[in-house]
Design a protein around this ligand. Structure first.
Ligand code: GLN
Length: 498
């Protein structure tokens, strides 16, 4: 059983089907790893241990029946456990969005992405930590305390999906779901040394995702391997009548058997290699580009001239949309209610006592940007510049197939480094926000380590709905490198202790 947590998704599926181990043993192996490292890392907000074991027994019965008739239908991931970011509803499991205002919220339904995984035979291990309402880049804004980075527990795991990224990096789950509004899958994947996809906007249904910035939010997956990220993505992608922004667009299958990247044109945007970026991050990304070249890809310099506006544009649009989305948490329509004499005091106390500082800051910023006298100057203007950023990408993709860039300007930073300075924290997002503003997909995978042993990630962005190109390139890279197999020391120790 000791090796189960080290397996890839396809190895898990193979082992379960051939009866090398049971789903119960698989779930137990992950729960044991959670027991060993969760006290140190705090990746989870809710664990579903008993329920997961019960589901595993069901899966084992189904697997046994299938073994007697291998022609019969079997869900693709039957008996495989997964972790889910606590902004996605799983029926019957508490869903907090990292906020005290949803401390007791138990959704009666599943998010569509979760539903599709359950139909694929997946077992939910638990719900992972997140910055409150996915607002943040470190999980320090969680209402339940931060998650720690498995590579160095004094460092943040990134955010907002830091719990999902840490869980996968610490072998507490083989894969996980997250959400990415401005980088929340790609940046924690990079900080924790794993792979992650932010799909094209509209590719994965957001029904049952607690909304942050509705024109930016995307649901995506984490795993150690790009091929596993691609597998989960292929199961959750596709139109959903419950989400009017989800698109009916054919799913291009990535050809992962091909390691040859001949003909692939990679664009290197000048605006992403700027002063202030940590030298080892730049060196790691440039080295990875050379590896992609050695596999046959061609490289050319490109320009995305409006990149510098992505940060101010995002930090107007995202808070504006958040202020509207969070209006419902007022103690009357949603959430617990603080005792008060009248309606306004109920609002004031409920929201004042239960929202954290960052959420309040964004509600104020967003409400201001949307208010009558300022709408044109701020929100309206931001929307116009957003169009220019989108056009930058469209023009670039006339010349190149993918764009290669760093994920974040630094590797994982120490707790508290940006806590008193929201603007410094927002700067962490400069390389991830443009993809959300343009709606294009972005894939992160590990490409090395800095001198302190912290992972360096790189990002490939592609045209709308061309996740397949990103997966092919990322997978090819992982065929000739080994970063994705390197284990954080505390994980190695925890596995040796068994
Ligand atoms: N760090 C960004 C923010 O705080 C992005 C978060 C996200 O993608 N959910 O808004």
């Amino acid at each position: 059983m000791s090796d189960i947590t080290g397996l890839t998704l396809s190895q898990l599926v193979h082992g379960l089907r051939s009866g090398d181990f049971s789903s119960r043993e698989t779930v137990q192996a992950y729960l044991a790893q959670i027991e060993r490292l969760e006290p140190t890392l705090h990746a989870f907000l809710t664990l579903a241990a008993e329920q997961a074991l019960a589901h595993a027994d069901q899966a084992d019965r189904q697997l046994a029946a299938w073994r007697k008739d291998e022609e019969s239908h079997i869900p693709p991931l039957l008996g495989v456990p997964l972790a889910i970011k606590d902004v996605l509803c799983v029926a019957g499991l508490r869903c907090t969005a990292g906020s005290r205002i949803l401390e007791n919220f138990v959704p009666p339904f599943n998010a569509t992405a979760v539903d599709r995984l359950l139909e694929s035979g997946v077992i939910v291990l638990g719900k992972t930590n997140t910055d409150e309402f996915a607002m943040g880049s470190s999980t320090e804004n969680s209402g339940y305390g931060p998650t720690h980075n498995p590579w160095n527990t004094e460092r943040v795991p990134g955010g907002s999906s830091g719990g999902s990224a840490a869980a996968v990096a610490a072998y507490m789950a083989p894969a996980a779901l997250g959400s990415d509004t401005g980088g929340s899958i790609r940046q924690p994947a990079a900080f924790c040394g794993i792979s992650g996809i932010k799909p094209t906007y509209g590719r994965v249904s957001r029904y049952g995702l607690i909304a942050y910035g509705s024109s930016l939010d995307c649901v995506g997956s984490f795993a150690r391997l790009v091929s596993d990220v691609a597998l989960i993505y292929s199961l959750i992608a596709g139109q959903d009548e419950q989400d009017a922004t989800s698109m009916d667009y054919p799913l291009a299958q990535a050809n992962l058997d091909e390691v040859d990247l001949a003909g692939l044109r990679i664009g290197i945007p000048d605006e992403y290699f700027i002063a202030g970026i940590q030298p080892e991050v730049e060196a790691g990304v440039r080295e990875a580009i050379k590896t992609l070249q050695s596999l046959g890809a061609g490289v050319e310099r490109i320009s995305l001239p409006h990149t510098e506006y992505a940060l101010p544009v995002y930090y107007l649009i995202a808070p504006a949309e958040a202020s509207a989305n969070l209006a419902r948490f007022d103690g009357i329509r949603y959430g617990p209610r603080s005792a008060a004499q009248n309606m306004w005091d109920i609002f004031r106390h409920t929201r004042g006592e239960r929202f954290g500082a960052e959420v309040k800051r964004r509600i104020m910023l967003g409400t201001y940007a949307l208010s009558a006298g300022y709408y044109d100057a701020y929100y309206g203007q931001a929307q116009k510049v957003r169009t220019l950023i989108k056009r930058d990408f469209e023009q670039a993709f006339e010349k190149v197939d993918v764009i290669a860039a760093p994920v974040a300007p630094t590797t994982a930073f120490p707790f508290g480094q940006h806590s008193d300075d929201p603007l410094a924290m927002y700067l962490e997002d400069i390389f991830t926000l443009p993809a959300n503003l343009a709606g294009v997909p972005g894939l992160t995978f590990p490409v090395g380590f800095d001198t302190q042993g912290l992972p360096v990630g790189m990002q490939l962005m592609g045209p709308h709905f061309r996740e397949d190109i990103l997966f092919k390139a990322g997978h090819a890279y992982q065929q000739v490198t080994d970063w994705h197999n390197t284990m954080p020391p505390i994980v190695e120790n925890s596995l040796n202790q068994k």
